[in-house]
Write a protein of this length. Structure first.
Length: 372
């Protein structure tokens, strides 16, 4: 610890037990090599030592310094920094970026040098940053839940956090790498199918025919007026977890939107099966409101992991008008063709292609009576 540092200068505004706790924490942080300036600029400074483990060494650099050190085009670097979500800075010489953040952004230049389009590289970075930001938030809560104890002092929390991250940190990179490679393997399986479709003259890799489903909880908005935000968020998270549990290839779980979940599949039958299994799973839990779902098939295009097109819009609208515990659907299928155990029989004149489209709703599995 630097003997010239006056700890009292770092305790302004604190009194009693809070002042004593902070003094213990500050002394320990100084012993860990954290500077007085870092402590003074962070309130509260409980996690400063933990941040060192994940790359924050207190060094700040400018965009130009990063550009020169890693030989990355300055304009590309600034685009990548914005895609990551870092603060936009007009002055490239302002030293406000963490050194470690600069290293992360510098990888983009390597991909461009390998022949990838800069716009596509920036898009990849944006999607990665979006997904990893959610993962980081969940990881933070998981870590705090593991170390927080009633009555813990600031010093105890700081030490426990550093000890936990020292163990977890080395595992994060390999885990995320293997999960990303797993997703790429499954995407390549899908691309092998798409190559055969292209050989047959299908309109790919642009729009393709898919089936889309949305499902949400009935009365979720009104429920928010009578329960706490924490309970509401927990309910939406449980629905998302159930949706992932019932998903099986070729159905893909795409995203959550509030209390809604979205699936896509090349064919209607597997998707209907997944949606009905989700309805049944919700039905067995007395804590859940009723579930409603909408399904639609048509031409759509995938961009940045999301889907856009008529079936997406229709499935969402059908979900909104479906009554509780009913499945709305809009599917173009042959006359009398069975889909997922449901026999489709259309009335009216068929289209020139022998297919018809219409929207309707039909009951899901019988809902057992819940105890009052």
């Amino acid at each position: 610890m630097d003997d010239e540092v006056d700890i009292d200068d770092l305790l302004d505004g604190l009194e009693g037990a809070a002042r004593t706790e902070r003094a213990e924490l500050v002394a320990w942080l100084l012993d860990q090599g954290i500077t007085a300036e870092e402590i003074a600029s962070t309130n509260p400074p409980l996690l400063l030592a933990s941040r060192r483990i994940i790359g924050d060494d207190g060094t700040y650099v400018s965009a130009r310094e990063i550009s020169e050190q890693y030989d990355i085009d300055l304009m590309l670097l600034q685009r990548v920094q914005r895609a990551i979500g870092l603060a936009r800075v007009d002055d490239p010489d302002a030293a406000i970026h963490m050194r470690a953040d600069g290293e992360a952004a510098a990888f983009a230049q390597r991909f461009v040098e390998m022949g990838l389009d800069p716009d596509q590289v920036v898009l990849v970075v944006r999607v990665l940053a979006d997904g990893l930001s959610h993962a980081a938030e969940v990881m933070r809560y998981a870590a705090l839940a593991a170390i927080m104890r009633p009555g813990s002092s600031e010093l105890e929390v700081a030490k426990a956090s550093k000890a936990l991250l020292s163990q977890i940190g080395p595992q994060l990179g390999p885990m995320i790498e293997q999960m990303l490679l797993m997703q790429l393997r499954h995407m390549m399986e899908t691309e092998a199918i798409n190559a055969a479709e292209r050989a047959a003259g299908k309109p790919l890799p642009g729009a393709r025919r898919i089936t889309v489903a949305f499902a949400d909880l009935v009365g979720f908005t009104r429920l928010g007026e009578v329960v706490s935000p924490e309970e509401l968020g927990h309910l939406a998270s449980r629905l998302a977890a159930l949706a992932r549990d019932v998903t099986a290839p070729p159905v893909r779980f795409i995203k959550t939107i509030g209390d809604a979940v979205m699936f896509v599949c090349p064919e209607p039958a597997p998707l209907l099966d997944v949606v009905l299994r989700l309805v049944e799973a919700v039905d067995t839990d007395n804590d859940f409101p009723r579930l409603r779902a909408g399904v639609s098939a048509g031409m759509a295009v995938s961009r940045a992991g999301d889907w856009f097109g008529s079936p997406v819009n229709v499935a969402s609208r059908v979900t909104a008008v479906a009554r509780g515990h009913r499945l709305g659907r809009r599917l173009g299928v042959g006359r009398g063709r069975p889909i997922g155990g449901v026999l489709r029989v259309f009335r009216g004149r068929p289209s020139p292609q022998g297919r018809q489209e219409r929207s309707e709703a039909f009951p899901g599995p019988s809902r057992r009576r819940r105890p009052r």
